[in-house]
Ligand binder design. Structure first.
Ligand code: PLP
Ligand code: COI
Length: 353
């Protein structure tokens, strides 16, 4: 694929690495390519970062036809820039696109786009410990059409944001509220897809939880409201009597790349990992009888985040004295060790740019 590059004539100052936050500043360029039914994907280009021009009747603005991904580029101690399992993100984006009837990407072309874009923006990959360049590929339906029909025109865009930790707590334990009113997903819906609509519909519960002092909500299943699903921006795992349990992927939960990596790391270390339905009653019982040893969320933005407090129906349960558990800490160190190149990548998960 030929990618045309138009350099930004006014490069910006790099942001202060001490106060990056998450997703607040952007690099100087963005990748764009367009799709229509006659030409397929075409006009791949990297252009100066800036606003997009969209027809006011563009399908994405009315019917939410959008999917996205999130991955990171890390600067190793040796200065090398690496992405983590980027092909998995492209594959998941195609699975999401298929669900929303958006056009699929050619895996090789999408990887080339990611690589050329990150190479051009590599000076934006921050150096400070715990920081990275958060990469956000996304796809939108662009054709003007207020009728509800199939999608004929789309754009695939990549932007990136030098970022620090997702939660203000950093790697410190977060407090999570188990949501009992709103639901996020049902079987047959879009739970497994990474589409903007899932997050839009989650905002109300998230805001209510934040007002009460919680970082995010833990979703229950949409039918019985009884089984644990995932947290707003991360999959969730519990250590109960030495075993790790995590909800299985039945179409309602995002198949996290961090989740998959952690399960593999745990099994390599001979931990028993159970992917299955977990009722909230089981978790509460394990909390009450002291069998719930650790709980954590995992995701690209969230990395490995210890859960220090869980609230259910107004009752607060403290996990592991609201401290980082030893397994949680170990997983954080192992995963970030591979990502930042401090540990040998025996799995071939990192992709040098
Ligand atoms: N679940 C949700 C709802 C998410 O938004 C994310 C973040 O991408 C995850 C789980 C974790 O997925 P991954 O590890 O691929 O980032
Ligand atoms: C990610 O971890 O990449 C996500 O997309 C979560 C997002 C809500 C920040």
């Amino acid at each position: 694929m030929d990618i045309k590059i138009i350099k930004n004539p006014a490069p910006s100052q790099k942001p202060d690495e001490e106060s990056l936050g998450f997703g607040l500043t952007y690099t100087d360029h963005m990748f764009i390519m367009d799709f229509n039914k006659t030409q397929g994907w075409h006009d791949a280009r990297i252009v100066p970062f800036g606003p997009l021009a969209l027809h006011p009747a563009a399908v994405v603005l009315h019917y939410g036809a959008e999917v996205f991904e999130g991955l990171k580029a890390y600067r190793g101690a040796d200065g090398t820039v690496r992405m983590f399992r980027p092909v998995d993100n492209i594959r998941r984006m195609n699975a999401s696109a298929e669900r929303l009837c958006l056009p699929l990407l050619d895996e090789k072309d999408a990887m080339q786009a990611l690589e050329e874009f990150v190479r051009l923006e590599q000076d934006f990959v921050p150096h400070k410990d715990g920081t990275s360049l958060y990469i956000r590929p996304f796809m939108i339906a662009t054709e003007p059409n207020l009728g509800l029909h199939g999608i004929n025109e789309a754009s695939f865009i990549i932007i990136a944001s030098p970022s620090g930790s997702y939660y203000k707590e950093g790697i410190a334990p977060v407090s999570i509220m188990i949501e009992t009113e709103d639901v996020r997903a049902v079987k047959g819906g879009t739970g497994y897809a990474k589409c903007g609509g899932n997050y839009a519909a989650s905002t109300r519960a998230g805001e209510r939880a934040e007002k009460l002092g919680f970082s995010q909500v833990l979703w229950l299943d949409g039918v019985e409201r009884r089984y644990i699903e995932e947290v707003g921006s991360m999959n969730v795992m519990f250590k109960i009597s030495g075993r790790i349990v995590t909800p299985d992927l039945i179409g309602t939960v995002l198949p996290g790349i961090t989740r998959r990596s952690i399960i593999e790391l745990l099994r390599d270390e001979n931990y028993e990992v159970e992917e299955r339905r977990i009722s909230v009653d089981e978790i509460i019982e394990a909390l009450e009888n002291g069998e719930l040893e650790e709980a954590f969320g995992c995701g690209t933005a969230a990395v490995v985040s210890p859960i220090g407090k869980l609230v259910f129906n107004g009752r607060e349960y403290v996990i592991n004295n609201n401290e980082i558990g030893s397994l949680t800490g170990h997983l954080y160190e192992t995963l970030t060790g591979i990502q930042w190149g401090r540990l040998e990548d025996k799995k071939g998960w990192t992709y040098r740019v």
